[in-house]
Design a protein around this ligand. Structure first.
Ligand SMILES: *[C@@H]1O[C@H](CO)[C@@H](O)[C@H](O)[C@H]1NC(C)=O
Ligand SMILES: *[C@@H]1O[C@H](CO)[C@@H](O)[C@H](O)[C@H]1NC(C)=O
Ligand SMILES: *[C@@H]1O[C@H](CO)[C@@H](O)[C@H](O)[C@H]1NC(C)=O
Ligand SMILES: *[C@@H]1O[C@H](CO)[C@@H](O)[C@H](O)[C@H]1NC(C)=O
Length: 638
């Protein structure tokens, strides 16, 4: 998905170059084993071409992130619930003067004049326009022009790996442009990669931007039109008996343009299932020009948003508004980092610190898109954020994922609960792709393909269950085995966080999966999902008809609605929001308050996948949240 699918490339070492002289030996800073599917090296880049080099500076204290977040999020900690201010977060992770000085000295000492080197306003990046020849010397690499399979796009990147002096490497998270490829399909463009942009037509039909149809199987699936008969709409039977206590706004869903809900669909749904809410709409928070587009309307464009708001709004109830964060315009789209920029000014890389190979740049440098300033710390994070979009881990580089994952931890420190759907391909990734030993993704790959941000240890990953055929909602559910399979497994990037160690190790020792490291990462990495909720047979009003919809896409907003009611109850008695919930829900007493799912599995990659078993499992996590049992536990916490 997102175009970062892979292919095996000539193993020839195209980057072998003598290291420049420096005060410490060169070390490999980032590498990749293959270029993304569809790209081939065409020729060496011209030595005098100008690249907008950006050096992402290492944030201090990241090594303490887990300790910080456990301190405010673990129920046995004396600081439970004492969330940090945005200012404290910014202060704690701002690159140090030593880091800035070391990297600057390396650049100026390597022949880049001091007046060309600039520090971005948030202190996160050093930037300099450099020639290809200079970049090759700085990074001990060679830049190539790559061509896309359909020959309509060029991309400049270095091959396989790049280097930094050892004493500089530890002060740098990543350098751009280097290994990262444009995740979104684009036009022929000979300008430097950092400025590469598609023309408007190409961009509108871009298949791989977040929110675009075809983005991945995290999109819900439909089996077509139904009568809104009484035997469907099972999710509403969990309708909360909770009447919101106060008009505090505390839940929100994130959507990426061109995905948009249709007002008439909300009313059609409410009329049938929650008549008092006819006419209600989510509160719009536009990020980077996001708006409700009506240019394209069909399941691919309205399915996700219609589903998300019909169920979350009906479950939260009419007294409490649900917020919409609509990110990106029709031209540039948006990535998760664009959203995060809007939420946290300290993350926002104002003067162009986002990686333009993955992230959209505002104002649109080409014209034709959103021309206002980039949203940068302009939006206050809500207490609960649910997103039903996702990548495969293998679509992106580990450095990019680690940087983004740390940002979710910062939101957790500030008291926000971040939910992501775990994916709909079982142990396979989006589009049912699986991994090969060299890291490429193909339909015939045999290694499991985990999702991102699902595997980030600082988000709560939500899998899918089903009410079994012919069973009632009062009987135990299974892992979802209708139309979709619950995404789950083990990360290839993130280590197992301490909060889930006991639960995951119990699963692996009591119910050892019949697989080896040839199928999944057995080194003790992050297991996902954390929780689950029904993902089958949702009746959704869509483009004027009721359709039956399936997906972890549905499970995440439903979980958000339940957790929002918990927050509402805590706020009503003067307590704070629940924030990052994982350290809490993996404690013995909270685990008992989930409906444990013990049947079903998540097939993929030519296997039966993992089995749901008593306790945590890499299919349904701890199980589905039981609001009536969880509420008193959360109310009892400080
Ligand atoms: C929706 O329309 C787009 C083109 O406008 C098309 O590519 C896509 O397949 C359609 N989706 C469905 C579910 O009909
Ligand atoms: C797997 O699929 C790829 C194309 O996606 C093909 O090139 C390769 O030959 C296939 N491998 C096997 C073992 O079938
Ligand atoms: C559900 O019940 C119907 C009618 O009794 C029966 O025909 C069908 O086989 C049952 N399905 C399952 C999965 O048990
Ligand atoms: C397995 O996961 C760890 C992180 O826990 C990672 O460092 C390692 O590279 C992964 N191994 C493979 C083969 O992907």
């Amino acid at each position: 998905m997102l175009g970062i699918r892979a292919l095996v490339v000539l193993a020839a070492l195209l980057c072998a170059v003598a290291a420049p002289s420096s005060s410490s030996p060169f070390v490999v800073h980032e590498s990749r084993s293959h270029v993304p599917l569809g790209w081939t090296p065409l020729r060496r880049a011209d030595a005098d071409m100008i690249l907008p080099l950006r050096v992402g500076l290492a944030q201090p204290n990241l090594e303490n992130l887990e300790a910080y977040i456990m301190d405010v999020s673990h129920p046995h900690s004396s600081n439970y619930g004492k969330h940090w201010s945005a200012a404290k977060v910014a202060e704690t992770f701002r690159p140090t003067a030593e880091t800035v000085d070391t990297v600057r000295a390396w650049l100026t000492g390597s022949g880049i004049e001091a007046n060309r080197v600039k520090l971005t306003s948030n202190g996160g990046w050093l930037t300099a326009d450099v020639s290809v020849a200079e970049a090759e010397r700085l990074l001990g690499t060679e830049y190539f022009v790559y061509q896309s399979a359909n020959e309509d796009q060029r991309h400049i990147a270095c091959h396989e790996k790049y280097h930094l002096p050892e004493h500089v490497s530890k002060h740098v998270e990543l350098v751009s442009p280097t290994l990262h490829f444009d995740a979104r399909v684009g036009e022929v463009d000979s300008r430097p990669v950092g400025l590469e942009r598609r023309n408007n037509e190409a961009r509108k039909s871009s298949k791989y931007a977040v929110g675009q149809p075809g983005f991945g199987t995290s999109f819900p699936k439909t089996t077509g039109t139904v009568e809104a008969g009484s035997s469907y709409g099972v999710s509403l039977t969990i309708a909360l008996t909770w009447g919101p206590k106060q008009p505090k706004v505390n839940a929100l869903l994130v959507e990426y343009t061109p995905q948009a809900y249709l007002p008439a669909d909300l009313d059609m749904f409410f009329k049938k299932f929650s008549p008092s809410q006819v006419g209600e709409r989510p509160i719009m928070n536009s990020i980077d020009g996001g708006y409700l587009q009506t240019e394209f309307t069909n399941f691919s464009y309205n399915g996700e948003s219609d589903l998300d708001f019909q169920y979350s709004m009906a479950l939260v109830g009419s007294k409490q508004p649900v917020n919409l964060y609509q990110a990106g315009d029709m031209v540039e789209g948006a990535s998760f980092n664009n959203l995060l920029d809007a939420l946290d000014a300290s993350y926002c890389t104002f003067e162009g610190g986002d990686d333009p190979t993955y992230d959209s740049i505002y104002p649109d440098p080409e014209g034709g898109g959103y021309e206002g300033p980039e949203d940068c710390g302009t939006i206050k994070p809500a207490y609960i954020m649910s997103t039903s979009y996702g990548y495969n881990e293998a679509d992106l580089t580990p450095a990019y994922e680690q940087r983004q994952c740390a940002e979710y931890a910062k939101l957790g420190l500030m008291g926000t609960t971040v939910l992501y759907s775990s994916g709909d391909g079982g142990v396979a990734g989006n589009e049912d792709l699986c991994l090969n030993a060299d890291g490429t993704q193909t339909a015939n790959g045999t290694m499991f393909n985990p999702s991102f941000p699902g595997t980030c240890p600082y988000i709560t990953s939500v899998g899918a269950t089903q009410v079994n055929p012919n069973a009632t909602v009062w009987e135990p559910e299974s892992a979802c085995e209708q139309v979709i399979y619950s995404g789950g497994g083990f990360s290839n990037v993130f280590k197992m966080p301490s909060y889930q160690k006991a639960a995951v190790e119990r699963y692996l020792s009591e119910y050892p999966p019949p697989y080896s490291s040839a199928q999944y990462n057995t080194s003790g990495s992050r297991g996902f999902p954390d929780i689950a909720a029904n993902g089958a047979n949702y009746v959704v009003a869509m483009d004027g008809e009721f359709e039956l919809v399936y997906g972890t896409s549905a499970a995440s907003p439903v979980s958000a609605a339940i957790l929002s009611a918990v927050n509402d109850a805590r706020l009503a008695i003067g307590k704070g929001p629940i924030g990052f919930i994982n350290p809490t829900i993996y404690t013995a007493e909270f685990m008992m308050a989930f409906n444990d799912i013990t049947t079903g599995s998540n097939p993929g990659c030519g296997t039966e996948g993992f089995n749901a078993r008593p306790g945590w499992d890499p299919v349904t996590g701890l199980g589905t949240p039981n609001f009536a049992k969880l509420l008193p536990l959360w109310l009892a916490l400080p």
